[in-house]
Design a protein around this ligand. Structure first.
Ligand SMILES: O=C(O)CCC(=O)C(=O)O
Ligand SMILES: [Fe+2]
Length: 295
């Protein structure tokens, strides 16, 4: 598939907004499961964040062609990211999308996708399709109604460059996969009917919206929205980072202790910004479930 032929879609509704159109942007997220907000990242932070993602994720530039790396607690290692929390227009937008005046950091991530890296399969980050016992960190952190995508693709998003794709309206609770597809058993992805129930990798899915953004734009998507990433077919690294928030009064009952890195982060985080880390639990990607503790 020639990804360079894919063009920015014109949909029957607006999905790109400016920072002074937050209510309209939130309505779009509510109605269609996503929106793009132009020029959210302060331009003076862009290069610093790019350097920080490279430095934290691949300090020796040793990851190698074709490989990707995802960091699950980026903010603990990236003071450049802390600066975002001093930027009121950015914060106002996050409050709007979180539908709460008082927000705190739930989790953070950064991703580095080298040239030649593979596509990422379709999935929803939401882990509340079942209310069964928690089996991994996602079941602890990703069962709320807040947006699970608040991304900055700080080298831009487009199909050739390992950008994001999502499916419009797939955040709706009655959404079902398009014609010819069915849910995987956990509902967190879908596959072609008549094939193995593995997360689908491919960009021929009806309803797909390939996302085109500039490096300072923010990509917002709802908790359940199904999304995927294109392969990186360029000769440039793809970098992205995000802070996901929860309403501050929505406490997380974390089964893992705060890691040493998380503790050091909380200690170093500026006092005036402490409300944003109220109830911060970090993440233990190796945690394997409440039931595991029973032996
Ligand atoms: O790589 C991307 O652009 C998307 C990443 C993603 O969806 C995830 O980490 O859950
Ligand atoms: Fe995801």
């Amino acid at each position: 598939m020639d990804l360079s032929q894919i063009i920015k879609p014109e949909l029957g509704y607006r999905y790109e907004f400016a920072l002074d159109e937050l209510d309209a942007a939130q309505e779009c997220v509510h109605a269609h499961g996503f929106a793009i907000i132009k020029k959210v990242l302060p331009p003076e932070l862009l290069q610093e964040l790019q350097e920080s993602v490279k430095q934290v994720l691949d300090p020796d530039n040793a990851l190698g062609e074709g490989n990707s790396f995802t960091h699950p607690s980026f903010i603990e290692h990236a003071p450049a990211m802390w600066k975002l929390l001093d930027h009121e227009p950015y914060l106002r937008a996050q409050r709007t999308f979180c539908q709460s005046e008082d927000i705190s950091i739930l989790r953070t991530a950064a991703i580095l996708r080298n040239p030649g890296s593979a596509p990422l399969a379709w999935h929803s980050d939401f882990c509340g399709f079942s209310n069964g016992p928690r089996k991994f960190s996602g079941d602890v952190l990703n069962r709320g109604p807040w947006p699970s995508g608040l991304w900055f693709y700080i080298t831009g998003s487009n199909p050739e460059h390992g950008g994001l794709a999502l499916i419009e309206d797939s955040h709706l609770t009655d959404w079902t996969p398009p014609e010819g597809f069915q849910f995987t058993p956990d509902r967190r992805s879908f596959h072609k009917k008549g094939t193995e129930p593995n997360r689908y990798v491919g960009f021929d899915v009806p309803g797909i919206v390939p996302i085109f953004t500039d490096p300072c734009d923010q990509i917002v998507f709802a908790s359940r929205t199904y999304h995927a990433a294109f392969p990186n077919r360029t000769d440039r690294v793809r970098l992205s980072c995000a802070i996901i928030y929860r309403p501050r009064d929505y406490g997380i009952d974390a089964p893992w202790p705060l890691s040493e890195d998380a503790q050091a982060f909380l200690k170093a985080f500026p006092r005036r910004l402490q409300p944003y880390v109220d109830g911060y639990v970090g993440i233990d990607d190796d945690w394997s479930g409440d039931e595991g503790m029973m032996g």
